[in-house]
Each structure stands twice: as structure tokens, then as C-alpha cells.
Design a protein around this ligand. Sequence first.
Ligand code: NAP
Length: 491
Amino acid sequence: MTIANTAPQSLRIVVIGAGMAGILAAIRLREAGKHQVVVYEKADRVGGTWRENTYPGLACDVPAHAYTYSFAPNAEWSSYLAPGPEIQRYFEAVAQQYALDKVIQFGQEVVRCELKDGRWELETASGLIDHADVVIAATGVLHHPSMPDLPGLDRFTGPSFHSAQWDHSVALDGKRIGIIGSGSTGVQIVSALAGRASKLIHIQRTPQWIMPVPNTPYSEEQKAAFRADPALIDDIRYAEAYTSAVNRFTEAIIDQDSPQIREIEDICRQNLEGSVKDPVLREKLRPNYRAACKRLIYSSDYYEKVQRPDVAVAIGPIQHIEPEGVRMADGTLQEVDVLVLATGFHADRFVRPMRVIGRNGTDLDARWSPAPSAYLGITVPGLPNFFMLNGPTGPVGNFSLIDIAERQWNYIEHLLADIEAGKCRQVDLKEDAMQAYDHRRIAAARKTIFGSGCSSWYLDATGVPVSWPWSYDAFAEQTAAPKNEDYEYIA
Ligand code: NAP
């Protein structure tokens, strides 16, 4: 239904979060120049996950020139895969370049978002109350550390901390260090600390498949060439070799029976068998599930590092933690001075613990029980003018989340344009559009490699993989523009 001229001339738009996606939204809104924009950020700096994670070895496994805003190329990336601190500096520099300090309010954690009389009322932890016509929830995915429920953890005598809460006051050199967890984080930490610790013990409940991906530094000549001719950056960002590799990877993960997944399995198996010489260690490190069922780990040197004499692996469940170290279920005690918990995140939280109450009492917490979902990772019925970036079901293969967020933002802009044009005051996703999406999504998700029989943070509470189960092209096509029939236009 089209209703003429019901929208305010200028919308008040609140962006929640100043990580990668919030920075993107704030820049695009400010460039459009039509609206009042405010960004609430709980911390004292921009950067999101790259601000929170400071562990040794932190890096992004998406090529740096692809993990970059399309409008802010960066000639200075030091290597093909950028280290975490460099990525954090990039986001800080972009935020500064676009003068986002004028719109970001730091130290403001939004705790409640409630639709009242057609507008959103927001409340922050410090008691600030604000009102908005539109809310952009750019709150990230992996930012609530999952602390392992290990008996005795509080009795460990040395320092112990989660990987996302790294205690930089703790000396590491020459210490015996235990790392619990073998996800991307644990593997990166092991690679970085091998050689610094007197003894490094990688404690793995479940070993992982490792994909060997080399990381080549960019020379000063290459960086100078990028500065002189940014088109060279595009050549990397949109390189046929890169996009076809990621497309092949996506085809592999969305079809458990595809030749592409067999290819990945072969590469990982050859990596293990060709890299690990000791047959006992090799079999210990061999996972008993299919490659890429858990998020595939990229590392060029992990197997080399775990074969060092000062590095050991302890594989199997943990019985409990003792003051001196980790008692494994097989009875062995792994004595350590420092214990790092690379045990992942509560990946199902998304915008929560923020309380979100929408139309007719729609409560996001209830709506997302037992498992979260959002149409194209963006909208949820009952929450009009509440748009998410990188919300549930959004991540596409191993494509750059920046690219995904930019596509989602373009989609949101279409909806904002309808409101600006006076077609309505609010847009609300229709329930039947959501149901049809979930019906198709869940059926497809079960066929992805993530549903092939392992545990991982990709699975929701009902055991369904919560990632985008189709191709990148399908995501690009479906986010190109909203279908009007999917939305209710509210006067
Ligand atoms: P994760 O993949 O969820 O891995 C958590 C690890 O902790 C698993 O090995 C898990 O074992 C183990 N664990 C959890 N509770 C345990 C317990 N009670 N006892 C023993 N082991 C326990 O977490 P993550 O490594 O932090 O990575 C999360 C995601 O962050 C990645 O998948 C990726 O998307 C992102 N990330 C990306 C990069 C990058 O380079 N782009 C780097 C780091 C992280 P089980 O497998 O047995 O459950």
C-alpha cells in the first residue's frame, strides 16, 4: 500500500555499534547528508572485534585488500592477510577520515530498544534515553566470550584469561603456557607463541583440519605502486583467482557431496600427512569429521610449530583444572604457568543482551528462542525500521564480511528511500516472507558441510547451521533490492 507524504523530512537514525558495520552505516548516512545520525558505542574506541581481540598472532584470514571498504582502499596493507592491529588501525583511520567522532558517542551501551507510538525509544546503561525513527543494529557476531565450564578453573594459581580478554601484563617469555581450544584463535596463538614459551601445550578437545594458506608480505615497491595507481588494488580485490577460489569454497560448503568439498578434503588430508612426520602425532591430529564441517582453519605454519621440541599437543576432554595445570580425562596432568582460554564465543547472541521490544509486543528474545534468524540477515517481523548488518543467517562462505555488510547496507538504503519518499513511516517485514525464507534456508542449511556431523559455533540450538546456505551470487541477487511484497508499509 502506498501512502503519500507521511514521513518526516529528516529521519533520526541511531546506529548501535562502531565496529566495521557501524562505521560503514555512519559513513554512508553522513555522506547522504539527509538525516540526523548518532552512533552509540559501548567501548571507548571504534573497531569492534578488532578492538576486543588483541591476542598474539591475531590476523584475518580474508585477503586484506578484500577485507577493506570498497570506498576506502588501503595501499599500506603489509601482507596478503593482514595482522589484527593493522586492521584496527585501518578502522580508526577511516573513522577519522570521515570525522565520525562528530556522531559517535562512546561509553554508551544500548540496553533497551522499544517501539513506542511508532518511534524507537533507546536506553543506554548510563540511563540516557533517546528516540529514533530508524535503528541500525551493527552489534557484531562474535563478541561475548564463552568461558568453559571447567571444574576447578578458579583454583588455577597462575594467570588465566579468555583469548578476547588478553591480559598484556602477563609475561609469556620462558613460561609454560597452556592454550585450550583449537579454533582459528587457538591455532593462531599457538603459531605466535611457539618459541617464546619454554613449553607450549595446545590442549584440544577436538583436533581441526588445517588448510595451508601462505601469507606473502607486500614489498615497499608494491605498496608504492598501489598508492600511485589504486586500480592495482582492485586487480587484487576482484582478482579472478581470488573470487573463483572463494566461489569454489562456497560451492564446497553448500553441498556436502560436491567435487569442490572433496578437493578441500584432499588438500587438508595431504597437508596433515605431508607435514606431520611422527605417525603417532599425525593420528592424534587427525580429525574424525569432515574438513570444513567446523570453520576451516587457515594456517601455513601450525603443523611446523607443533612439531617443535618445545611444543606439545594434549588431545581429548579435560577432566578438571588443578592449581598447577590441566588434568586431562586420560589422567595426565599438563602443568602450566599461564592458561589461555581460546574457547570461542556465544555466537547466538547478536544484538542481545539488549532488550528489543517491537510492534504488538514483539520481543526479540522470545522471537529468537530457540534460535535466531533474520531475513537476509537484516530484518525481523515485528521490528519495523530496525535493520541489522551481519545479523543471523548472514555470513556467506568465507567472503569478506565487509562486502556482505556493504550489500546489506545497499538493501537497507532502498527501504530508507521509501520512507524518505513519504511512502510510509515504517517498513516491517511480513511474517510470511520470514517463514518462507526460513523454510527454504533450513532445508538448504542441512545439506551444507556444516551439517555433516560435528559440533561448531555455526550450529544453532536446534542443530541447524545458521549461515547463508546458498551461493554468493544468490546473496548478491537477493540483497540487490528489497521485494516490495515482502514488506508491510505502515503509515
Ligand atoms: P571456536 O572456533 O568456537 O573454537 C573454540 C574452541 O574451544 C574449540 O576448539 C572448542 O572445542 C574449544 N572448547 C570450548 N569449550 C571447551 C571446553 N570446555 N573444553 C575444551 N575445549 C573447549 O572459537 P575461536 O577459535 O575463537 O573462533 C571463533 C571464530 O572467530 C572463528 O571460527 C572465526 O569465524 C573467527 N576468527 C577468525 C579469525 C580469522 O583469521 N579471520 C581468527 C580468529 C577467529 P570443540 O571443537 O571440541 O568444541
